[in-house]
Design a protein around this ligand. Structure first.
Ligand code: XMP
Ligand code: MG
Length: 179
């Protein structure tokens, strides 16, 4: 079972759920009457986005983008590539980027600049923030949880593509990396 690979639970399912209720209410208030476009970054944001959108009690639209900044497993390549784009005009749109985690900041800096260049007003919501990992200057407008500089998995976050389906955020046992 997946749980056997987890050394410790960092953020429980209940904590995540309560946080999404809180963030959903904040976003509903901020974007009431503004027809926001919620832009999920695949694939990591999927569980967070699914929770969050149920708590935003105003009309919203959804879009998705895929970018890659990680070569394989745990090291950032430093290069961001756009793999899947939106097919909606963004000029003048209120866009809310929904991301799983900000680490070096490269992914979100790239995305924010790209979307602003297309004329969108952009804000960022992230489930997790690792401020110690920052290499470029960028901050989220709304953060679920600030975490220490540890590699985490679960609730969308993966190791080599796996563990995204864990219902909580946790730290992997060392033997999982070395095997
Ligand atoms: P940057 O460095 O561009 O990274 O801010 C954002 C992307 O890096 C991945 N990332 C992680 N994925 N556990 C993961 O599973 C982590 O601890 C972690 N830190 C960064 C993630 O894909 C994110 O979108
Ligand atoms: Mg990601």
């Amino acid at each position: 079972m997946l749980e056997q690979d987890i050394k410790k639970v960092l953020i429980s399912e209940k904590e995540i759920q309560e946080k999404t209720v809180e963030l959903g209410q904040i976003l509903a208030t901020e974007y009431a009457g503004k027809n926001p476009l919620l832009l999920g970054i695949l694939k990591g944001s999927v569980p967070f986005m699914a929770e969050l959108i149920k708590r935003i009690d105003i009309p919203v639209q959804l879009e998705f983008m895929t970018v890659s900044s990680y070569n394989g497993t745990m090291e950032s390549s430093g290069e961001v590539k756009l793999l899947l784009d939106v097919d909606t005009p963004l000029k003048g749109r209120e866009v809310v980027i929904i991301e799983d985690i900000i680490d070096t900041g490269r992914t979100l800096k790239y995305l924010k600049e790209l979307l602003e260049h297309r004329g969108a007003n952009v804000k960022i919501v992230t489930l997790l923030d690792k401020p110690e990992g920052r290499v470029v200057e960028i901050d989220a407008d709304y953060t679920g949880f600030t975490i220490p500089n540890e590699f985490v998995v679960g609730f969308g976050l993966d190791y080599d593509g796996y563990y995204r389906n864990l219902p909580y955020v946790g730290v992997l046992k060392e033997e999982v990396y070395s095997s």
